[in-house]
Design a protein around this ligand. Structure first.
Ligand SMILES: NC(=O)C1=CN([C@@H]2O[C@H](COP(=O)(O)OP(=O)(O)OC[C@H]3O[C@@H](n4cnc5c(N)ncnc54)[C@H](O)[C@@H]3O)[C@@H](O)[C@H]2O)C=CC1
Ligand SMILES: O=C([O-])CC(=O)C(=O)O
Length: 339
């Protein structure tokens, strides 16, 4: 029995993501939540003859207790709620409005399903995940092993774009991406996780490839001309990342995927990762996307050795990342501590 709650289910990401979840045999209950339009999305999905039971909840239901009903008994909560970018905006420009939305949703999770795995898609991920962590800490329910920023779209793009650059199949790559989820905080570890293909590229081709992964989101924002940002590729990425947890109990070996997590001491490998980042960048970094071994209870351990194997160019990129990322994290933390 696995209940998955989608918060922001009526949106551009929420709808295709909910469709993919409705098709997954491992999902027994699919709970859809939004502030608008979710009855229509829920009624539509509920006609599909797969076993997952669909329920839908508006925030305003039953005197404003719709969020609590949606979250009751949830094992996994995935959150694509909030506004997307328009051309000319950075993800950080979304902070004020999405920060408030995330803080409210985090409070609902902390008070209704504090043991759930929480997967945050809402941007700016670099700051919204620290917001979730701070709200959970306030309620005494913070578990660093169960809170994730979904950065899997960066992995999806890193695989696709190197395949395009080297005329190979995207499915032949499993590139790990570290850092954060915006521009120069995104660092694909091509030299470590796609060494053979990467070695075929010239210096200029390498730089162009890395730039494309870092700014892949902008390509979609520009192509959509004001109608939003990535939705279909994000729904796929969010579903694939979530599926890791659905599959975990049937696998003998944990799966290793990149995700943005707290480097709290309770996470195995976080101490080493933090110390290494401090030595490399001079910064105390509290959240970082890392390849992690994942099981049904969340992070089993961080794959620190992959980070240590980064080449000089990647180490320089991590240095650039650290500066921006630390500011983004502090902004999220003080949004809650200052409130
Ligand atoms: N992590 C990642 O890699 C990516 C993140 N995103 C982010 O995902 C978020 C959603 O993007 P889209 O689906 O394209 O936007 P959208 O505007 O199409 O959908 C957002 C949904 O959130 C709902 N919503 C607003 N306030 C809410 C609240 N308080 N509670 C519940 N639902 C609420 C809206 O009603 C809407 O249905 C954006 O912040 C976007 O930047 C987008 C692509 C990739
Ligand atoms: O670019 C955006 O705003 C949406 C996003 O995070 C992505 O596509 O990676």
């Amino acid at each position: 029995m696995t209940k998955v709650a989608v918060l922001g289910a009526a949106g551009g990401i929420g709808q295709p993501l909910s469709l993919l979840l409705k098709l997954d045999k491992a999902v027994t209950d699919l709970s859809l939540f939004d502030v608008v339009n979710v009855p229509g999305v829920g009624a539509d999905l509920s006609h599909i003859n797969t076993d997952a039971k669909v329920s839908y909840h508006l925030k305003s239901d039953n005197n404003g207790t719709g969020l609590q009903s949606a979250l009751q008994g949830a094992d996994i909560v995935i959150i694509p709620a909030g506004v997307p970018r328009k051309p000319g905006m950075t993800r950080d420009d979304l902070f004020k409005i999405n920060g408030g939305i995330c803080a409210d949703l985090a409070t609902g999770i902390a008070t209704t399903c504090p043991d759930a795995l929480v997967l945050v898609i809402s941007n700016p991920v670099n700051s919204t995940v620290p917001i979730f962590a701070e709200v959970f800490k306030k309620h005494g329910s913070f578990n660093a092993n169960k809170l994730f920023g979904v950065t899997w779209l960066d992995t999806v793009r890193a695989n696709t774009f190197i395949a395009q650059a080297t005329a190979s199949y995207p499915t032949s790559f499993k590139v790990k991406v570290v850092g954060g989820h915006s521009g120069d905080t995104i660092v694909p570890l091509y030299s470590v996780t796609a060494a053979d293909a990467y070695a075929k590229l010239s210096n200029e081709e390498e730089s162009a490839l890395i730039h494309r992964v870092q700014f892949g989101g902008d390509e979609v924002v520009q192509a959509k001309q004001g109608a939003g940002s990535a939705t279909l590729s994000m729904a796929y990425a969010g579903y694939r990342f979530l599926k890791t947890f659905l599959n975990a109990k049937d696998l003998e070996e944990p799966i290793v995927e990149s995700c943005y997590i707290s480097l709290d001491e309770s996470v195995k490998g976080a101490k080493e990762t933090k110390a290494y980042l401090k030595e490399l960048t001079g910064e105390d970094i509290e959240f970082f996307a890392m390849p992690c071994k994942l099981g049904s209870n969340g992070v089993e351990s961080i794959e620190f050795d992959l980070l240590k194997a980064a080449n000089d160019k990647e180490r320089q990129l991590i240095n650039v990342c650290a500066n921006t990322l630390t500011g983004n994290i502090n902004k999220g933390v003080s949004f809650i501590r200052g409130n």
